[in-house]
Design a binder for this molecule. Structure first.
Ligand code: DQA
Length: 138
């Protein structure tokens, strides 16, 4: 199975940014553990701070991959365009968040993505991604 992990803005700073919320591990080192945990899965990874680049990537993989695990970062709460891109492709997308956004500011409680996603996993730290992959390979 081919699965893309798609990270949005500021997630390149994992392990550096707001450690109390997002933890101390870099995504690169977490990604290595994912690759060894799912040797049967062809994992791909892409991160961008640009909304358009994330949309282009969804279009690129959205008719051939088996799933996308997406953390759109703050675009989750602002981007009608990413929500529309998810609705427009065939590949199922699982929305993930590291933090429990419902315990945080009101503006993080709404997602423009969820309605068009297969499901949403949040609040389990980096393991939200692992659970996202599991939900796609079952
Ligand atoms: C996040 C939650 C968002 O509200 C925030 O803007 C992020 C990360 C998370 O993984 O918890 O950048 O998506």
């Amino acid at each position: 199975k081919k699965i893309l992990i798609l990270n949005g803005p500021n997630l390149n700073l994992l392990g550096v940014r707001e450690k109390g919320i997002y933890g101390v591990q870099s995504f690169d080192s977490y990604y290595e553990s994912l690759q060894s945990d799912f040797p049967e899965v062809e994992l791909h990874y892409f991160q961008s701070n640009s909304e358009g680049a994330l949309i282009d990537k969804l279009h690129e993989v959205g008719f051939s991959f088996d799933g996308v695990v997406m953390n759109a970062g703050a675009y989750t709460h602002t981007s009608v365009a990413i929500g529309d891109a998810i609705a427009g492709i065939q590949t199922p997308v699982v929305e993930v968040h590291i933090s429990n956004v419902h315990q945080r500011e009101e503006f993080r409680h709404h997602s423009f993505l969820s309605k068009n996603c297969k499901g949403v996993i949040l609040g389990f730290g980096l393991d939200s991604y692992r659970l996202g992959i599991l939900s796609l390979i079952k």
